[in-house]
Structure formats: structure tokens, C-alpha cells
Design a protein. Structure first.
Length: 370
């Protein structure tokens, strides 16, 4: 079955699009004094803990907690955490700064690949493979994120970092400031001309071949471009980029995991789950992921950071001070970052449209050979 939506119009618009659009509306209405105050504790709890860290843990319902999926990917699922731990411990022990720098770039790569992956799902769902494009979809979705990232590396005054201060390598010292700012202002205009030109190309090409406009794909690309541009370039705000990027990345992934798990049960049982059971599965995935995410973040705060004690001390004990021994800190860093890095790597395996993932075809109604 072909379609212009990944799940369906209502789900795509209200769960993949609307949450991040609402974030933009709120940020445009907020006064500057609130935009640039950093990330308040309640925002961290709701968005970072509740969405960002939780979406990482939701992957286990698609892998480790599914016996069939675990069997299909056993070697990857078993070896990845071991290799990641050894590498992480070694790098964190040798240089904490370089550990966070490497992790920041790995996280960026993961975020970019997820946006690209969702776009490819839209294309495959609709059979949208037009070889006559002047501006290929792949180039445009990558441009929508790579240019704001380039801007991040080139502009000297940044109000936020990805993980820690100076985790990205800054390049502004290689250029004359006034010339650089002029070129970036020109690039900002070109960025949107290319994005909007691509939209026009899509509408014209689809009508020319008599196909319906791939509305879902266009909305996904425009949302991605707007989100990265607004957070990094327009606002240059830790609060704006953290919240909007987490929502745009984490919410779609939670929806995809829940959709996959429940639809797979439909297929195996050959009887659709009742709506109440779907809701129960959604609550199990979200609630279980949130619980595991909370223990992970408690570990970060207990052993390494000590910044969220005001929140966690209401529920969990703080029996000692943060670690100061280099080996202990490196060991804790390697263990606590394990879920995140493992998620980055395994995600690149379990969503590939191949014979290792035979349920993707019936669940998302796509052609496994495309």
C-alpha cells in the first residue's frame, strides 16, 4: 500500500510535527530574558530526562526484550556493548575532553542519520524515487542540518555546547571576522532559497508524473531545516535548541518504537490489538523507558556531576560525594554512557530495510527490496 504519510496523517501531524511546532510558537512568544537563561531544572526533567534519555532506553523493547529480534541480531547486540565499554573507558581515562568531543560528534551523526532515515521511510512508503531531481532529497536533508552545524563551528560567540563547553572544534579563528559574517549572512539566504527551491521542485515533479505530492516527506524536511536553523542560528539559545531538537528527535523515535512493537504483535497474532491494549503497550514502553532513564541520570549525578541533587534527593539517596579518582570517573563515564552509544550503533542496524529485519516490510508496508 502506497501513501504519503509514514504512519497516517493524524499520527504524523499530531505526534511527529505538532510537538516541535508548538515549541517554536512558545519560543517566539517568550521574552529574551527567558530564552537565554539556560535550561531550568523542570525543563531538564520534562524534556531531557523525559524524552531524550527515555527514547534511548525505548530501543530495548525493539531489541533486547524481544526474543525473536534478539536472536536475529544476537552477535551485534552482545558484542556492541562490550566493545563500546572498552573503547569508552580507554578514551575517558586518557582524556575526558576528547571523550566528550568524540561523543558529541557521534551524537550529531546519529541525529542527522535519524532525520535522513525517517525521510527515506517516507520516500519508500510512497514509492517516491524520482531520478530526475535537480536537487536530490538526500542532499537537501543533509544540507538542512550540515549548514547550521557549519555555522555553529564558524561563529565565535556561541551561547551553548552540545555536551560540554568547547566539545566542538571551532574554526572562526581561521577567518577575518567581518568577511566571515558577511559570507554567513549570504549563506543564510542561499540556505532558504535552496530549501524552498527543493519544495517547488517536489510539487512540480509530482504533478508532472501524475503522482500525489509527498506531503509527509516535505513537512519532515521543512521541519528539520527550520528546527536546526532556528535553534542554532536564529536564536543561538541552549534552551531553544535543547528543547526543540530533543522533541524533534525523541518523540518520533518513541512513536516509531511503539508503532513497531504493537504492529508486530498484530501481525504475529493475525488479530489487531484492541485500542486499550495498544495504549497499555505505549504506557509500558514510555513508563519503562522513563524509569530506566531516571536511574541512568541518577547515576550520572551521583557519581560524576552532582548537579541534579535537588531533584533526585526527593526519591533516591546520596550516600557519598562525586568521584574524584581518575580511574573511577573513567569507569563510571564508560558505564553510564553505554546505553547512549550502544543506541547510536544498534540503531544503524535494526532499521535497515533488509532480510535481517523482515517485519519492517509488513509493519511499515514497504518493499523490502527497494
Amino acid at each position: 500500500m502506497k501513501g504519503n504519510w509514514l504512519f497516517n496523517r493524524r499520527t504524523d501531524l499530531f505526534l511527529l510535527g505538532l510537538p516541535v511546532w508548538l515549541c517554536w510558537i512558545v519560543f517566539f512568544l517568550l521574552p529574551d530574558r527567558l530564552i537565554y537563561i539556560g535550561v531550568p531544572l523542570w525543563v531538564w526533567v520534562v524534556f531531557i530526562l523525559g524524552i531524550d534519555v527515555s527514547h534511548v532506553w525505548s530501543m530495548i523493547f525493539r531489541t533486547y526484550l524481544d526474543p525473536e529480534e534478539f536472536s536475529r541480531h544476537k552477535l551485534t547486540l552482545c558484542l556492541t556493548p562490550i566493545i563500546v565499554f572498552i573503547f569508552s573507558f580507554g578514551v575517558a581515562f586518557l582524556s575526558s575532553d576528547w571523550f566528550w568531543r568524540i561523543l558529541a560528534y557521534l551524537a550529531v551523526f546519529h541525529f542527522i542519520k535519524q532525520q535522513y532515515g525517517f525521510m527515506m521511510l517516507y520516500k519508500t512508503r510512497s514509492g517516491d524515487f524520482n531520478s530526475q531531481q535537480v536537487l536530490p532529497d538526500k542532499w537537501v536533508i543533509y544540507l538542512s542540518m550540515f549548514y547550521p552545524l557549519a555555522h555553529w563551528h564558524l561563529v565565535p560567540k556561541r551561547n551553548f555546547s552540545w555536551f560540554i563547553e568547547n566539545d566542538f572544534i571551532f574554526l572562526h579563528q581561521w577567518f577575518h571576522h567581518s568577511w566571515l559574517m558577511f559570507m554567513l549572512n549570504v549563506a543564510n539566504i542561499l540556505y532558504w532559497l535552496i530549501i524552498l527551491g527543493w519544495v517547488g521542485q517536489e510539487v512540480w515533479a509530482m504533478r508532472k508524473v501524475g503522482m500525489g505530492i509527498n506531503t509527509g516527506k516535505i513537512i519532515w524536511v521543512l521541519t528539520t531545516a527550520s528546527n536546526w536553523y532556528l535553534g542554532i542560528i536564529f536564536f543561538n539559545s541552549d534552551l531553544v535548541f535543547s528543547v526543540s531538537n530533543v522533541v524533534a528527535h525523541g518523540v518520533p523515535y518513541l512513536v516509531l518504537i511503539t508503532w513497531y512493537v504493537t504492529r508486530k504483535r498484530d501481525l504475529l497474532r493475525r488479530v489487531p490489538l484492541l485500542r486499550l491494549r495498544r495504549v497499555r503497550w505505549a504506557l509500558l514502553i514510555i513508563g519503562g523507558s522513563l524509569l530506566l532513564a531516571s536511574f541512568e541520570e541518577y547515576g550520572w549525578d551521583l557519581f560524576l556531576n552532582g548537579e541534579k541533587r535537588r531533584f533526585f534527593s526527593h526519591f533516591l539517596p546520596y550516600s557519598f560525594e562525586v568521584l574524584t579518582n581518575p580511574i573511577g570517573r573513567a569507569l563510571a563515564t564508560a558505564i553510564l554512557s553505554l546505553p547512549q552509544i550502544t543506541h547510536y550503533i544498534i540503531d544503524g542496524v535494526i532499521w535497515k530495510n533488509n532480510k535481517k529485519n523482515p517485519h519492517l516490510k509488513p509493519i511499515l508496508e514497504i518493499d523490502v527490496n527497494q
